[in-house]
Ligand binder design. Sequence first.
Ligand SMILES: Nc1ncnc2c1ncn2[C@@H]1O[C@H](COP(=O)(O)OP(=O)(O)OP(=O)(O)O)[C@@H](O)[C@H]1O
Length: 311
Amino acid sequence: MSTQTIEVDGLRQRYGDFEAVRGIDFEVPAGGLFALLGTNGAGKTTTIEVLEGFRKPTGGTVRLLGADPWRQRKALRPRVGIMLQESGLIGDLTVAETVDLWRDLHEQPLDADDALKQVDLLDKAGVQVRQLSGGQKRRLDLALAVVGRPEVLFLDEPTTGMDPEARLATWRLIQDLVSAGTTVLLTTHYLEEAERLADRIAIMHRGEIRILGTVPEVVAGHGDRITFRVPSHTPIDTLPRLDGLAPEIAVADGLPTASYTLSGGDPDARAHRGVASLVAWAAETGVTLDRLAVRPASLEDVFLSIVEETR
Ligand SMILES: Nc1ncnc2c1ncn2[C@@H]1O[C@H](COP(=O)(O)OP(=O)(O)OP(=O)(O)O)[C@@H](O)[C@H]1O
């Protein structure tokens, strides 16, 4: 028997003639937090909707807690918490009435005040839902997703519209839930969110998973970056090549910045070698390497390189 809480095997999903998900595979073990990142329209929500049992896959198989979410949706429902991208909150109800309505659907729900306290909405208990701000509605959605003490939690862009403080508090709540053993599948456009929370991530683009692994695994193959401000009066074509590469030039704060991505050779030594030849060039030509920086590739670099590959 599989020990994976979520199993996705060759999943395909069509909408008419359009194939939104084109054969993806991933697994999430019990107590894991997996983040699906990707471009708009990549197929993240569609994937989550299949796992939630809202859609029948057009190809491949998915298993949730060992069951088929499409056929066994009713049995799975009490074990699963769902925070959709667009909530179906009822504007006329108060926050407390909304939580009570959800509590009634579960056998051993959290205490209503505890659920609201977790998302810092206790002081809004008597307020009508329609009077909440966008970020407060997201927080109420989260309270409703966790009120039934779910074993698995699906969070579709949970912190969109939240202010930085609410986002941080939400991250803490998610981390606490994972520490307590909840399995979480999260989609997000915030790379920092994925880096902070997820033990593994996948980046989707146009219905496919382009890369999957821990964040260090995902960035490992994408080299080291060396950047510096191009000194004024220095023609771009006089800048040196490093490892045979000409720099990419981007404008930051109104000034051109040169950037090299070194990905060949010994990963432990290539940044040192690159900086050494750059410094030698600077000494020879008498230029100052303003804002010289060396860093490994970031998740953002990987994300952008995946998107740009297929432009
Ligand atoms: N009900 C539907 N009918 C037809 N096409 C759909 C439907 N739902 C989604 N799509 C299409 O499928 C593709 C994937 O959509 P999906 O919502 O899964 O992407 P996503 O990765 O969640 O995007 P975003 O980050 O913008 O939320 C998109 O091209 C979208 O237009």
